[in-house]
Design a protein around this ligand. Structure first.
Ligand code: GAL
Length: 382
């Protein structure tokens, strides 16, 4: 019976996408396919017996409902937001901006509930169940483990609630499932390969002569990784080094450690690496700025000087990191645009609440930050 409804949905989806000219690129679609998809999640098997005529009649009814919702009051709608961990600098910027923007769009602050998963998937799964019981109109989830996305999606879709994933991208199979089933599920985030590439390019642009302080003809680096389960950590690690190689530079990895996005952990790891490898370390790549700030503490404690006898890179463009770049105590970072990401996530949630559909992947761009533009980015984020 489900198959029959799916076939009906596919017909509508195909017609709608043909009419829409199959446009992609992160834009919001107002086609009617999502209405049918939303119904699929919400209806029981008996409803699956409906004829195409019935479905068409419902389309008209839904269009009317959508029009009401679109012009109606978001203040009555409830949003549940699950953050993997409040004690994360970048996600703190993200969730603060998300809340402000949701309120600016018309949600009541009382109806926006943001919860801390405390880096524990079981805790977060409970929070999602509670939001379902509470009957939220839409869920925004920053998963603790991206690998739990399939079970989170099943739970939320079964409850007929639209879902916006943020920051930690589920894998390709999981994303394909949303599209295959026409579910009201999407992901909003940036492609971490770009951030890794930008880190490597900042170093490559300095040139071998500047960076190769020990004169062995290679870039000797250490890598401080974020949570290894996370594609952001995996891609930044891989693509920063790849960018050096693509620029024709030879690389030599002296150490690769997991700092779990955490400043204090990174400080300890870099301190150890500096004692073990001494002046051979020319570049410290950190998968994020929090860890780069910890690395800087270790570098300064070891009496090394960034820009003179060592180079330090992060990602995110935290205020403190930008100030360090301006002061010359950090080489560069990559702006992880929490404004664009939180606004896109909220816009996607609003579309779902209004009965409209979204693309299944909503991307954004990173931006390279060096001493040349750090002040400009600081003015933007402050
Ligand atoms: C990354 C960000 C890190 C950390 C991580 C959490 O995009 O650069 O600082 O917040 O997300 O998943």
């Amino acid at each position: 019976m489900k198959k029959k409804l799916l076939a009906t949905f596919m017909t509508f989806a195909m017609t709608a996408s043909l009419l829409a000219g199959c446009g992609g690129g992160g834009s919001v679609s107002t086609d009617t396919s999502s209405d049918t998809a939303a119904e699929e999640t919400a209806t029981d098997d008996a409803a699956a017996e409906e004829t195409t005529d019935d479905a068409a009649a419902e389309e008209t009814a839904d269009a009317a409902a959508d029009a009401t919702a679109a012009s109606g009051d978001l203040a009555d709608k409830k949003v549940g937001v699950c953050i993997y961990q409040f004690a994360d600098n970048f996600m703190t910027l993200f969730r603060t901006e998300l809340e402000n923007y949701l309120v600016a769009q018309g949600f009541s602050a009382d109806n926006i509930s943001i919860v801390d998963g405390a880096n524990d998937q079981a805790t977060q799964t409970n929070q999602i169940q509670n939001f379902i019981t509470d009957g939220v109109d839409v869920l925004i989830v920053n998963p603790v483990n991206s690998s739990s996305a399939a079970s989170i999606t099943d739970m939320v879709v079964d409850a007929g609630i639209p879902l916006v994933y943020i920051n930690r991208e589920p894998d390709a199979d999981e994303e394909a499932r949303w599209e295959e089933n026409g579910w009201n599920v999407t992901y909003v985030g940036c492609d971490a390969r770009q951030s890794g590439t930008y880190q490597g390019e900042i170093v490559a642009d300095l040139g071998l002569d500047t960076v190769d302080l020990n004169g062995n003809g290679k870039i000797d680096y250490i890598m401080i990784e974020g949570d290894p389960e996370n594609v952001d950590a995996q891609y930044r690690t891989e693509y920063s080094v790849k960018a050096l190689e693509d620029a024709g530079l030879e690389v030599n990895e002296l150490d690769d450690q997991v700092g779990n996005w955490d400043q204090a952990t990174a400080q300890q790891l870099v301190s150890n690496a500096l004692s073990e490898n001494g002046n051979d370390i020319e570049v410290v790549f950190c998968n994020n700025d929090a860890m780069a700030l910890g690395a800087l503490q270790a570098i300064q404690a070891a009496n090394r000087t960034v820009g003179k006898d060592i180079f330090l890179l992060g990602v995110d463009a935290l205020t403190e990191a930008l100030e360090d770049i301006i002061d010359g105590t950090m080489t560069g970072t990559v702006f992880n645009d929490h404004f664009a990401q939180s606004h896109s996530a909220a816009d996607a949630a609003i579309n779902f609440v209004n009965g409209e559909s979204n693309d299944y992947y909503i991307g954004c761009d990173y931006q390279k930050v060096t001493a040349n533009n750090a002040q400009e980015i600081l003015d933007l984020v402050k």
